[in-house]
Design a protein around this ligand. Structure first.
Ligand SMILES: [Zn+2]
Length: 505
C-alpha cells in the first residue's frame, strides 16, 4: 500500500511502545496526511482498547445529540401574546399612572435575557410627566432602525389591541433579531402620551440633534396588530402623511413602502397598502388629507425621517373600538401576534441590508403589490395622450372644422386634467383616455363610455364626501377642489365630444 502511495515522509519503527503510526504519507487525496497504523497482530490488545473508547465516545455523542440534557433555548420561547397579557394585566396605562410604571417594569423583565444598550426611560414635558421606554440592540456598523409602539392607553381601556399588541410584537421581534448580527442598531421605543396627541414621540424627537436624526434609516410603527378576527386577512401598511412645517404634505418615501412590502413577501405574507378593500382610493385620499387619528410615525415624517405604520386595521375602520373598556386580551389572536413578530423581524432585516437611505421619492402609488413612481405613471398617461392624438386625427380627417375643434378641446381638457391632478390622481384619467380610443358608435354607446370613464373620479369624490361627513377625514384642502375641477373638465370635454359625434358630422 505504502509503495503504491509513493512519497513516504517518515517511517518510524518504534513498534509496541507508544508510537502508533509507523508511517506518514503526505499529500494523498483529501487528507493532509495518512497515518498508516501498524498491523494489529503486534499490539492487539492496545488497539482493541482504543477502539472501545472511540465507540463509547461516539455513543455518548450520539445519545447527547438525540436527547439533549439542555434543549437549545430559542427566542421563540418568549411569545408576543404572553408579553401582551402581562401588559394588559396591570390595568389601564394612562400617562402618569401607577399602572404605566408597572407596565414599564414588565417591559424591563421581558427584555432581561437580551444584551441591550442605553436601556432607559426618557421623560418629557406634558400635562403629565411622560415616560417613554428606550433600549438599543447594538449593530456592527452605524445607523439605526427604530421599532416603535405606544405603551400608554386612554383612561378606561386595558389597551390590549391599542397598543399592548404593538409593544409586545416589538419586544418579541427584538428577541428574534438578537439571534443574528445586524449592521444597523435597532432602537426599541415604547412611547408614552400617544393618546394625548403623540406627545411622547414629539418630545423624544425634539431632543434629537440633526446628526442623530440623519442616523435613523427608517422608523417602523406598530399600531393595533394581531387582532382576533383578522385571521386570513392581509396585514396593512399605511404610508401615513404628515403636515410639513410650512403646511405642505410630506409622505414616507416609496423605497420604504417597497422594502416593507418585500420584507413581508419573504415571510409569505403579502400586504395591502392603506386599506384592504379600497387601496387605490385610500392612497389617493391620503394624498389630499389626513385621517382624523394620527400615529407616532407622523412626527418623524414631518421632519423627513422615513416612517411607516403597520397595522391590522384598515385606514377607515373605526379606531374608537380601541378606546373602550372592551379592549381586553380577548381581542388578541396569539397566532397572528406570532406572525406579526416574524414579519416585523423580516422587515427589519430587509431594511438592514440597505447601506443608507436611498433617494426619497414621495410621489408613488402601490398597484398590484408594486410601488409605481411618478415617472412610471406619467409615462403611461403621456403615451395614452399621444395615442389619443393619433387616433383622433385619423378619425376626424375631413370632418367639419367645428367638430374638430371640439375634439381638440377634449384632448386639451384631458391634458389639463392630467396636469392639475393632485399628485397621482392621474391614474383616474386612464380609463377615460382608454375608452376614447375605442371605436365611435351610436349616441348611447358614446354616453356609456363617458359615464364609465368618469366613474373613477366620481367615485373618489364620493368617498371624499363620505369621509368628510363621517369625520374620518379631518380636512378640506385645495387638492380636493382640483379633483372636482378635473371631474368637471373631463365631463365638459366628454360632453363636447358627444355633441361632435357622428350625428353632428
Ligand atoms: Zn394606538
Amino acid at each position: 500500500l505504502i509503495s503504491r502511495l509513493g512519497k513516504l515522509d517518515t517511517l518510524s519503527g518504534n513498534l509496541c511502545r507508544d508510537s502508533v503510526p509507523i508511517a506518514r504519507v503526505k499529500g494523498v487525496g483529501w487528507a493532509e496526511e495518512l497515518v498508516v497504523r501498524k498491523k494489529e497482530s503486534h499490539c492487539h490488545g492496545r488497539v482493541a482498547g482504543e477502539r472501545r473508547y472511540i465507540h463509547r465516545g461516539l455513543l455518548v455523542v450520539l445519545v447527547a445529540w438525540l436527547f439533549p440534557l439542555y434543549p437549545p433555548r430559542l427566542a421563540a420561547e418568549i411569545s408576543a401574546m404572553s408579553i401582551a397579557e402581562e401588559l394588559v394585566a396591570v390595568g389601564p396605562r394612562s400617562t402618569g399612572s401607577a399602572a404605566h410604571a408597572q407596565a414599564l417594569q414588565r417591559v424591563r423583565e421581558a427584555l432581561a435575557p437580551l444584551t441591550l444598550a442605553e436601556v432607559r426611560v426618557v421623560g418629557g414635558a406634558s400635562e403629565e410627566p411622560l415616560a417613554t421606554f428606550e433600549a438599543v440592540l447594538p449593530g456592527r456598523g452605524g445607523g439605526e432602525i427604530l421599532l416603535t409602539a405606544h405603551l400608554d392607553t386612554v383612561a378606561h381601556s386595558p389597551g390590549a389591541l391599542d397598543d399592548a399588541s404593538g409593544c409586545a410584537v416589538a419586544i418579541a421581534a427584538l428577541h428574534d433579531l438578537a439571534r443574528t448580527p445586524l449592521s444597523h442598531s435597532v432602537r426599541l421605543l415604547l412611547f408614552d402620551g400617544e393618546e394625548l396627541g403623540l406627545q411622547g414621540s414629539r418630545s423624544w424627537l425634539n431632543e434629537l440633534d440633526a446628526e442623530r436624526r440623519a442616523d435613523i434609516l427608517a422608523v417602523i410603527n406598530l399600531e393595533m396588530v394581531g387582532a382576533r378576527g383578522a385571521r386570513g386577512r392581509r396585514p396593512v401598511v399605511v404610508p401615513l402623511p404628515a403636515q410639513g412645517p410650512r403646511g405642505g404634505q410630506r409622505r414616507p418615501p416609496g423605497w420604504l413602502v417597497h422594502a416593507v412590502l418585500r420584507g413581508l413577501d419573504t415571510v409569505g405574507w403579502p400586504a395591502a397598502v392603506a386599506d384592504r378593500r379600497h387601496s387605490i382610493a385610500s392612497q389617493l385620499l391620503l394624498r389630499v388629507g389626513y385621517p382624523a387619528r394620527g400615529a407616532d410615525s407622523q412626527p418623524f415624517v414631518r421632519v423627513r425621517i422615513p416612517a411607516i405604520v403597520l397595522t391590522d386595521l384598515s385606514l377607515w375602520e373605526d379606531k374608537g373600538a380601541g378606546h373602550s373598556a372592551a379592549d381586553g386580551v380577548e381581542r388578541l389572536d396569539p397566532a397572528r401576534l406570532e406572525r406579526w413578530t416574524t414579519a416585523t423581524a423580516a422587515i427589519v432585516r430587509r431594511l438592514d441590508a440597505l447601506a443608507g437611505r436611498p433617494r426619497g421619492e414621495e410621489e408613488y402609488l402601490v398597484l398590484a403589490g408594486r410601488v409605481w413612481l411618478r415617472r412610471d405613471i406619467y409615462w403611461v398617461g403621456f403615451a395614452l395622450w399621444v395615442l389619443l392624438l393619433l387616433v383622433e386625427r385619423r378619425r376626424w380627417q375631413g370632418s367639419v372644422a367645428g367638430a374638430r375643434r371640439r375634439v381638440s378641446l377634449f384632448r386639451f381638457s384631458f391634458l389639463a386634467a392630467a396636469l392639475v391632478a393632485p399628485s397621482l390622481a392621474m391614474v383616474l384619467l386612464y380609463p377615460m383616455g382608454a375608452l376614447t380610443l375605442l371605436p365611435r358608435g351610436g349616441l348611447r354607446w358614446q354616453r356609456g363610455k363617458l359615464a364609465v370613464g368618469l366613474l373613477p373620479i366620481a367615485g373618489l369624490l364620493l368617498v371624499c364626501l363620505l369621509a368628510l361627513l363621517r369625520g374620518t377625514l379631518a380636512w378640506w384642502s385645495p387638492p380636493v377642489v382640483s379633483l372636482t375641477l378635473i371631474g368637471v373638465a373631463l365631463a365638459t370635454g366628454g360632453a363636447l365630444l358627444l355633441r361632435a359625434g357622428p350625428a353632428a358630422e
